[in-house]
Design a binder for this molecule. Sequence first.
Ligand code: GLA
Length: 422
Amino acid sequence: MKFCSSQRLGSVLALFFFALVFWDVLGVRALDNGLARTPTMGWLHWERFMCNLDCQEEPDSCISEQLFMQMAELMVSDGWKDAGYEYVCIDDCWMAPQRDSKGRLQADPQRFPGGIRRLANYVHSKGLKLGIYADVGNKTCAGFPGSFGYYDIDAKTFADWGVDLLKFDGCHCDSINLLAKGYKHMSLALNKTGRSIVYSCEWPLYMWPLHQPNYKKIRQYCNHWRNFADIYDSWESIKLILDWTASNQDRIVNIAGPGGWNDPDMLVIGNFGLSWDQQVTQMALWAIMAAPLFMSNDLRQINPQAKALLQNKDVIAVNQDPLGKQGYRLRKEKDIEVWERPLSNLAWAVALRNLKEIGGPLSYTTSLVSLGKGVACNPGCFITQLLPMKKDYGFYGWTSSFKTQINPTGTVLLKLEAISVN
Ligand code: GLA
């Protein structure tokens, strides 16, 4: 890792921090850009396409304007946009190795011959939004130019191009002080452009090894923030993310809400590494966690089952619930975890996760009083299973139990809707 070179704060920066102190005094809590009132939904290239620069050998999977144009087209024609996926996002490796003569970032001219502005116009013409990637330090994680020392120029460049979201990575900046200053500076620089740009941070992820993050502060600057290591196309990776989230829930759950969300990283549904039940678990738990839903898959070749799962309206409605409260792990037993999330209209989502990786479906019975703070089914509720497939279970009284079967590594996602007493 390389340290960002230390620079004295200029007077502009000093002004920014004065403004910040002022905000603090007034108690402003969320990033005040009006965006991400529900978790952001879209597509992001990283997990599936990584840093493939070889457009000679692999024209269909290298990081090029063609890839994003194709994804944008499919997002409209194949129902993704209608399901709520809106942001087509570029990750690392889009840049030319040098800035231009005016110090501006530029796209690699071979792989993005039309430049980002034209790509943004194309994406906008489809009724979608464009996301881009940069880094708070001297270089991006893959070694392309970093934004350190260029925050204002880069924010302006992105706004001029018509970019709608910035994923701001934290590589090559291992002074914790500069990391924090950089994330704040870029947030203010984006706001100053006057363009609505969702600000997706990795600030806490890079802080954790050195210092416990101040989530209240992070929420004031970012629309969502990564806490934990990069997702892989594997069940091991999903389990690690869920375990980390559950172990840290007392620190992170209450901080999430409209305008600012914990980001457990991309959805890898529709790729190679997860079984059907594991894909169901990812979708169900990402809905419970109120996670931004960024798919990283190949929309040109995705099987119908994965597509139906990703486009499941009932599950997306849980993820996007307007109450905006993140769910949590309610309890962990030997073979089962129970997660729950309060929803609007006094409803609850409940996820029953089978931790076993051996054997067949596990029978599980839960008392309804133990769910939803004791009120989800008081005096009674209607239970609908949303995953792995929709099933209406009908009415249950407060003192009754609910029994179901859960496949190994799979999850049953339920919605509980309380009946009103009058
Ligand atoms: C980091 C991020 C990933 C991805 C890569 C790109 O590892 O956490 O999500 O953006 O960088 O290099």
